[in-house]
Write a new protein. Structure first.
Length: 504
């Protein structure tokens, strides 16, 4: 009713008033500022997270971070903290460039959907329709999946393809493809940890050495390796999105880089996002670090300004030495986020990725008001594709949903990333860059850093130290405060009414 709406607005104003002492968030290009309370969050929880970022920095775990929380096309929280390059004293800015790794996948998926909307391709098209090398690909038998050393000539371990591999399989990592071993830098040992990784070892080495120099030759070499399972039978993280990138090239008759720039990045004003940083802009590229623990420090309660670890630079001593700077070190365009053992994928910044997230959380509408994708396309992308018969097929006439990595039956998958089934929260990330979309709350989070930590941090509290968890807690706290205000107002109204009645 109008009266209830008025009460809700008044409660919202009271909550916003509680945050009036808080400095308004800085704006990003194309995104208007708003208070956390206007976006349905308790500002105190976000400010606690902001202080915990500085606690992490004092422990030397986090050199710097760029973070924001979006409410569709508004920005409700922003934190630019610490150093992008510790050795050179370069501060983190909204335009600092970070390696996206698997955050590249959703950008490539949006490009694929542009071709689908234009009716240039269908998600159910066989991959072999565009890349003929996949026509006669063999498949590892299920009872041979753990056998090492299987090649295309290991006939006793192979069987024919039973289900055509489709573009939909590529985007959901159900194609039968896999990934090879990776490492933090070429100085580290390259070791396979599974039979699947082992079968891709030579392919990875050929990319690292420069013997494979184009996406075309990469996909042709990939098609010579047996699939790890029949398409639709399992979920396995893979080069599927890289193959989808090659299909984009074939259909559009443009390089993947050109198509992404012209059809996705430029319309969104993502002017700094690229596969290769020009040498003249290398100073904007964040250094990449591996946190190496101090065993003795980890045994004690963490103290501010007492480092838990050392940060080892792993992508060149100078920005110009980075594998993402120029084209001389890495030539294969990786729409899936990694190519070879330790390179590939887009480079982007908080400013650009915030615009991308705003478009997704606004059902395809860009901050400028124009559409990049139809609302129906975005709604389809936000579903769990691992439960779709077009992905997994049928078993005795019934669908057989697959489990997504890494959390089993509670997590699904779609072309944009992981989907948490209980609340449809969608998230994606790689090497300390990540984002999440909360459709019900109409919120999105984005966190970008470039420090990889492989050990547990003493004193770590998820709802304080992780942006996603802090936002979830802030939303819950805001709802509790609204409810408490409502109960207080109702009790006050009742008491006033009772007093007036007794006086009468």
């Amino acid at each position: 009713s109008p009266q209830q709406q008025q009460q809700q607005q008044q409660q919202q104003q009271e909550l916003s008033g509680a945050a009036s002492g808080l400095a308004p968030p800085c704006s990003l290009m194309g995104l208007r500022p708003c208070s956390p309370e206007e976006a349905g969050m308790d500002h105190r929880c976000l400010e606690e997270h902001r202080s915990r970022n500085r606690w992490q920095a004092s422990l030397n775990v986090l050199p710097g971070v760029a973070e924001c929380v979006l409410s569709r096309d508004r920005i409700a929280y922003l934190d630019l903290m610490g150093s992008a390059d510790v050795e050179r004293g370069v501060p983190v800015r909204e335009t600092t460039l970070f390696r996206c790794f698997s955050m590249t996948k959703p950008v490539t998926a949006v490009a694929v959907m542009k071709l689908v909307e234009a009716k240039k391709i269908s998600l159910d098209d066989p991959v072999a329709k565009y890349i003929r090398e996949f026509q006669d690909v063999k498949v590892v038998k299920s009872n041979s999946a753990e056998e090492w050393g299987i090649t295309g000539d290991s006939h006793e371990h192979l069987e024919p393809l039973q289900t055509p591999m489709t573009i939909r399989h590529l985007l959901t990592h159900t194609s039968g493809l896999s990934y090879g071993p990776d490492r933090v830098s070429k100085d580290a040992a390259l070791k396979a940890s599974s039979a699947a990784e082992g079968s891709y070892l030579t392919l990875v080495q050929d990319v690292d050495s420069g013997r494979i120099r184009t996406l075309k030759s990469f996909c042709e070499a990939l098609a010579q390796l047996p699939l790890r399972f029949q398409p639709g039978a399992q979920w396995m993280y893979s080069h599927g999105v890289d193959v989808a990138g090659r299909i984009i090239e074939i259909v559009s008759q443009r390089s993947l880089e050109a198509f992404l720039q012209e059809e996705v990045l430029q319309p969104l004003s993502m002017t700094r996002t690229t596969f290769f940083v020009p040498p003249g802009r290398a100073k904007h590229l964040a250094a990449m670090y591996l946190a190496e623990e101090h065993p003795e420090a980890l045994k004690e309660e963490p103290q501010p300004d007492k480092p838990l670890c050392s940060l080892r630079r792993v992508d060149g001593w100078k920005p110009e030495d980075s594998r993402w700077c120029g084209r001389r070190k890495q030539q294969v365009l990786a729409g899936g986020g990694i190519m070879g053992s330790c390179a590939g994928g887009l480079v982007s910044c908080l400013q650009d990725m915030a615009l991308f997230l705003s478009m997704l959380s606004s059902e395809g509408k860009m901050p400028c008001g124009r559409r990049l994708l139809k609302a129906s396309t975005i709604r389809h992308l936000l579903k769990d594709w691992l439960s779709m018969s077009s992905v997994v097929g049928h078993d005795s006439g019934r669908r057989k949903p697959l489990q997504g990595w890494p959390y089993g039956p509670t997590i699904g998958w779609n072309p944009l990333g992981h989907i948490r089934k209980k609340d449809q929260c969608l998230y994606m990330g790689g090497w300390s860059t990540s984002w999440a979309i909360y459709p019900k709350q109409r919120l999105a989070t984005l966190s970008m850093s470039q420090s990889l930590v492989y050990f547990d941090i003493p004193g770590w509290i998820a709802r304080k130290d992780e942006l996603d968890a802090a936002v979830e807690f802030a939303s819950a706290q805001h709802r509790r405060r609204l409810s408490a205000l409502g109960r207080h107002r109702a009790a006050t109204t009742t008491a006033t009414t009772t007093k007036a009645t007794s006086t009468t």
